[in-house]
Design a protein around this ligand. Sequence first.
Ligand code: GDP
Length: 296
Amino acid sequence: MASALTDKLSRLVKEMRGQARITESNVQDMLREVRMALLEADVALPVVRDFIARVKDKALGQEVLGSLKPGQALVGIVNSELAATMGEGIADINLNAQPPAVILMAGLQGAGKTTTTAKLAKHLIDKRKKKVLTVSGDVYRPAAIEQLKTVTAQAGAEWFPSTPDQKPRDIALAALDYAKRHYFDVLLVDTAGRLAIDELLMQEIKDLHAVLKPVETLFVVDAMQGQDAVNTAKAFKEALPLTGIVLTKLDGDSRGGAALSVRQITGAPIKFAGVSEKIDGLEVFDASRHAQRVLG
Ligand code: GDP
């Protein structure tokens, strides 16, 4: 692993040359660097604390103190702990349901739900050869419905019309019925979001979940949200049985520490990353690669 953090840890190890052995206080110095790296990446403080405590437990065992290369040994522990927290490898989208497989998109306004709905439609068409229908339940913002129509066309999927005078529940049922009758493989349901967590809206999406029985409930979260991502994630996890996370705007200059926070809080795997505003700007999330970015 070549990163700024590894360099720092190696430097600390060099400074210790001449000492007979690595001490607990040396390990503390190293952990301080790891802590700084995580905080700089905008991982939420409680998540950083838990993480450091776990690494410390392991590091103070023989693994690091007894090692000839304690810097590398510690980095090894940090990496394996990161992988354990963030998940390893790739978590694919689940379409294991009687068609249409319903995917419910949840998240705050501006997180990237509508964009991601269309990107996901394109992904499922291109990579999984599926017939995909999208629908918007955002009856509060007519512009949001129109936006979904536009981006769905870009994705080459079909869009099911809805209007602001309808109830989200009725829209969902009508779309589901249409999808069944026209043999769609997947129904993607975009939902309303607010700028902050809102009880009424949470109840609405819970009702949608009950009606639609989605096989995937994806929490869409902006990687640039940093520390705030924790509270948002908590609220959505309490309201819905989340099955996956989409981390958007990873093309921004954040180190993506929100990934670690959101994963830890929800326990759900991060399935996709948004990497541009464009329709093809969605990548299957690679946890190991992202871990390196978080460490910097
Ligand atoms: P919604 O309110 O949750 O439906 O959010 P939108 O889908 O309307 O997205 C809000 C803004 O974020 C739009 O300007 C999108 O183009 C932008 N956006 C969404 N995903 C990404 C991404 O992965 N990268 C970048 N750079 N912008 C994104």
